[in-house]
Design a protein around this ligand. Structure first.
Ligand SMILES: CC(C)(COP(=O)(O)OP(=O)(O)OC[C@H]1O[C@@H](n2cnc3c(N)ncnc32)[C@H](O)[C@@H]1OP(=O)(O)O)[C@@H](O)C(=O)NCCC(=O)NCCS
Length: 149
């Protein structure tokens, strides 16, 4: 398994990855079971601008995990999805940890994540990586991890 930055060779696999997300994945990632949100993310990431991503690629080259980071002032907002067949293997934790290292090296002040209150796997990752809860809005919790002073 390899974690690396998203690049141009990933455009088609990324489109397939996002198109294959199930309604529950869409709800957990985007807080609405919306295919339009996945299409929006595809457009954002394949513009290869400030909204970037790390991917996890398996031994046969399949894209199995995606962590995207969107700049928001001096902070970045994180979103993460791992394919259902590869969950509970530590990929989500590894992708999130790698993003914190990358963003800290770029001088980003803090990473933020929005997670549904019932999303136990995501909450477990954030807790392990020392994110702090800073807010709640209609069942979606805000977590922040400071990266630099
Ligand atoms: C959240 C998500 C990325 C986690 O990916 P993952 O690769 O399974 O994550 P990890 O294996 O690193 O760790 C998940 C943790 O949650 C735990 N976990 C997994 N499923 C669980 C469940 N149903 N109930 C409770 N804990 C659970 C795992 O045991 C692990 O904790 P541990 O290391 O203490 O055992 C994945 O479930 C996913 O893609 N969900 C849909 C999108 C989403 O929810 N995104 C987050 C909001 S942006």
């Amino acid at each position: 398994m390899t974690i690396r930055s998203l690049d141009a060779r990933d455009a088609e696999p990324l489109a397939s990855f996002l198109a294959a997300l199930r309604p529950r994945d869409l709800l957990d990632r985007f807080h609405a079971p919306s295919r339009a949100a996945a299409e929006w993310l595809l457009g954002e990431l394949t513009a290869f601008g400030d909204h970037g991503a790390l991917v996890s690629v398996d031994d046969v080259g399949a894209l199995v995990g995606l962590l995207d980071y969107a700049p928001c002032g001096e902070d970045a907002e994180l979103g993460i999805v791992v394919v259902a067949a590869r969950r509970r293997l530590g990929l989500g934790t590894a992708l999130t940890a790698a993003s914190l290292t990358l963003l800290a090296a770029r001088g980003v002040r803090a990473a933020r994540a929005f997670v549904r209150r019932d999303n136990r796997p995501a909450l477990r990752i954030l807790s392990r990586l020392r994110f702090a809860r800073t807010g709640a809005d209609e069942g979606v919790l805000t977590y922040v991890r400071r990266l630099a002073e």
